[in-house]
Design a protein around this ligand. Sequence first.
Ligand code: COA
Ligand code: MG
Length: 294
Amino acid sequence: MTTQPRPRRSALYMPGSNARALEKAATLDVDCLLLDLEDAVAPDAKDMARTQIAEAVSARPYGNREVVIRINGLETPWGEDDLAAAVKANPDAILVPKVNGPADLQMVAHKLSLLGASADLKLWAMMETPLAMLNAAAIGACGLDPAVRLSCFVMGTNDLAKETRARLTPGRAAMTPWLMTCVAAARAGGIDILDGVYNAFQDEEGFAAECAQGVDMGMDGKTLIHPKQIAPCHAAFSPSEEEVAWARKINSLFDEPENAGKGAIQVDGKMVERLHADMGKRVIAIADAIAART
Ligand code: COA
Ligand code: MG
């Protein structure tokens, strides 16, 4: 079965305790909403945030934006209640924090079936602990097991910096091996991956540079903390007109009878193989999906 790729260029976090943000989310041109019960919510506000998110999601105001609830870990005092409330509200996915290995996701998936979760409800995994970096392949492989429902990795670079003591510097030299390991693990598991947040949301130049780096790394999109990051993020992660035109051109060339038996052809002085045409098909599908939603 081939599934239509879904654009996940932008995923905006918002604290579940912030009613204004939950309301504003319904007006923002963003691909995914990450409604947070975890790090962005103080312990005293956890119960209020859970109720507020459950009400907001149940009212279905978010149109075709992909709605994801980030719960607290099941080992915390709030995790079980978060999971039950999320299942009831039935978003597109539940984002599990601080995943260390496949067993963490298998456990959540098992609880989802006990709670009678909708078959369409997916799991997303925060990749943000030292163990997750070491177990990335095994966690990504959960994407191959439909019972685990895993469909996306989210890089948690702030937690990763905290836990490893590696520094988040411009260019992210220290983080790059982990980011790329997670890209490989995601692809091996057939799932998407979103880059970490850029904390300095007033720094437009730094943000654009980090988006461009994420595109080069093969990230499907980036997690965001402020609405002003959405437009530059889309500019970086949407296929450009030139990319789409090139993808269409090489696909139509391979469709021509004279190229039917060829594995590689020359186009504008470059070698083009059928694998490039396949890559182009994905670019076209993403561009079409973006055009269809706006
Ligand atoms: N989601 C939705 N709306 C948001 C938002 C977000 N993440 N961040 C800001 N806004 C809204 C504000 O409500 C405000 O709306 P309004 O003027 O129409 O009422 C507008 O955007 C401008 O906000 P601004 O004053 O620039 O920001 P702030 O000082 O209120 O908030 C942060 C700054 C960083 C506290 C806030 O952006 C935030 O909470 N971000 C998400 C943090 C998070 O979830 N972290 C967890 C994962 S890393
Ligand atoms: Mg975190």
